[in-house]
Design a protein around this ligand. Structure first.
Ligand code: CA
Length: 531
């Protein structure tokens, strides 16, 4: 990182002279690589033993590995949930999500990628998007041509090999063509919307496209652009339309998705196999059209806020179905969002207390809610500031499945097994370093409370509305020397303090060098900008 070295290093701050780090201080921790092709993790033998014993006892009790439910909301902000300081305070109460968080582990430092497709790819692959080339949504009509998930190595495929029933419900956004659809990359079955919510509705808005909407011929032509429906299919098939979507029926999409997931959960009641349910909601991506039962039901009475109330209800229905069918105590539920709020859609957008929004590598773009709930196994009332990257779901889920030996050996895996962090009563994160990437550009990294950015992002940051830019932070520019923030005393990243923190620089620099080396050992499929 030539830019980082531009900050002069004081003679006294050589990493080799550092005293021993305390157990919980990750700043000077020395993570170890369990495999040469995997992100090194902090070794925590005591909690790893507790977690392994707990998993083995559960397997004896239930006769198979635990069910895994990942709930992924769309464009929902860190600050939208009541338990994160939002809720009614920002216009939409979230009692179910709050209750689930209080009954499990609430994470305050869960990280996504800055936008939809890259985050969804990390969950499926355990790899940063630059390692798969899934840096942006595939455009309608874009063919396979080497892009898309490697069906042999996805999380659902590995879990299926470990004996799981695998089901995807909801938004996909990792390719619309047959080979890229969920049921052909590891899921047994898929029911959902293949692209982003606004793809189904935005072009139909009369105020956006009167030239289309008011002209029957053009309107019919535009409707052929892609499948405007919830689609459904099983492995080997091309998913078929089952519920047409327009600007009215879209109100019912999250209800339909939830009903499907609930039926699947209830149908698994007496199964001898565990299941992996990937439940990705339509809400609360703009434009939001709340279900009639929820329209006007939020304190704010704005569409986004009404949809937050609805999402809270839907996620409560998922939990209730697990409880009703007697599966709650053998199921990990992990609830999160795929990126920060989409600021340009204001007022149809969420809330983050941090700097920036969707698209940026400032915290507002990538720090998302993270709730791990497992009745009777994850101790209630836990909170943690430990780092959890959504890539970590991959290795963590494989450990829960007793299938960590299925971790791919032919590619670099950024995922860390965090099962002991989640399961042990006083578990701490095994992740030392959080990396920030935007598209193919390395933006910076975080260790403990220290975050360095080596590139800046230009985004509109004022109080005018409506905003004109289509997406925040599409421009990245290098910065001489970078910016160093302390996220505990400056969570809004307003005070770059590199000159005051010179002893810290070599520690961050060393981590950046190690990260860069992984791209030499495992060449990425796309050009990348490391410095
Ligand atoms: Ca999103």
């Amino acid at each position: 990182m030539a830019l980082l070295t531009a900050i002069a290093l004081p003679v006294c701050a050589q990493p080799g002279n550092a005293p021993q780090a305390t157990t919980d201080d990750t700043f000077l921790a020395k993570p170890q690589a369990e495999r040469p092709n995997q992100e090194p993790a902090i070794v925590r033998p005591a909690q790893e033993k507790v977690a392994a014993e707990r998993l083995s006892e559960l397997r004896r009790q239930f006769g198979h590995a635990p069910n895994i439910v990942v709930v992924l909301m769309d464009d929902v902000g860190w600050g939208d949930l009541g338990v994160y300081g939002g809720g009614d305070a920002v216009g939409a109460a979230t009692p179910n999500l709050d209750q689930i968080a209080h009954a499990g582990l609430q994470l305050s430092n869960t990280y996504s990628q800055p936008s939809c497709t890259p985050t969804r790819a990390t969950i499926m692959t355990g790899q940063l998007p630059v390692r798969t080339g899934l840096l942006r949504p595939m455009l309608p009509g874009e063919g396979a041509n080497g892009r898309g998930l490697d069906a042999k190595a996805t999380l659902p495929q590995k879990l299926r090999e470990a004996g799981y029933v695998t089901r995807a419900v909801g938004k996909w956004h990792l390719g619309t063509f047959k080979e890229a659809q969920p049921q052909n990359v590891g899921f047994d079955h898929y029911y959902g919307i293949l692209t982003s919510s606004d793809d189904y509705t935005a072009w139909r808005e009369p105020w956006r496209n009167p030239d289309l909407v008011t002209d029957p011929v053009r309107n019919a032509w535009a409707a052929k652009g892609e499948t405007m429906a919830i689609v459904e299919g099983s492995s080997g098939e091309e998913a078929k339309p089952v519920f047409p979507i327009d600007n009215d029926s879209i109100r019912f999409v999250d209800e339909k998705l939830t009903e499907h997931a609930v039926r699947f959960i209830e149908g698994s009641k007496d199964s001898k196999q565990p299941f992996f349910l990937y439940f990705a909601t339509r809400g609360a991506h703009n434009d939001n059209y709340p279900h009639p039962d929820f329209a006007g039901k939020s304190l704010a009475k704005y569409p986004y806020k009404d949809v937050m109330v609805e999402l809270d209800h839907r996620i409560g229905e998922i939990r209730d179905a697990l409880e009703r069918s007697g599966q709650l105590e053998n199921t990990l539920i992990f609830i999160t969002s795929d990126n920060g709020p989409f600021a340009e859609a204001f007022p149809d957008t969420g809330h983050t207390p941090f700097r920036g929004a969707k698209g940026t590598s400032y915290e507002g773009g990538v720090r998302v809610p993270g709730i791990a709930y497992w009745k009777g196994t994850i101790k209630e009332g836990r909170v943690s500031a430990g780092l959890f990257d959504l890539t970590d779901l991959y290795a963590t889920a494989l450990t829960l499945a007793g299938a960590s030996d299925k971790l791919p050996g032919d590619r670099f895996i950024d995922s860390i097994d965090q099962s002991s962090f989640l399961l042990a009563d006083s578990g701490a994160s095994r992740r030392r370093t959080q990396y920030y990437w935007a598209g193919n550009a390395f933006m910076g990294l975080r260790i403990a409370e220290f975050k360095v950015l080596i590139r800046d992002q230009n985004y509109q940051h004022d109080d005018t509305w409506p905003r004109n830019s289509p997406f925040q932070a599409t421009v990245q520019s290098s910065m001489y020397g970078g910016k160093l923030f302390n996220l505990l005393i400056d969570p809004k990243e307003e005070h770059a303090m590199a000159p005051l923190k010179q002893p810290h620089i070599p520690v961050l620099l060393q981590a950046a060098k190690q990260h860069a080396a992984t791209f030499k050992a495992f060449a990425p499929p796309v050009p990348i900008q490391l410095q």
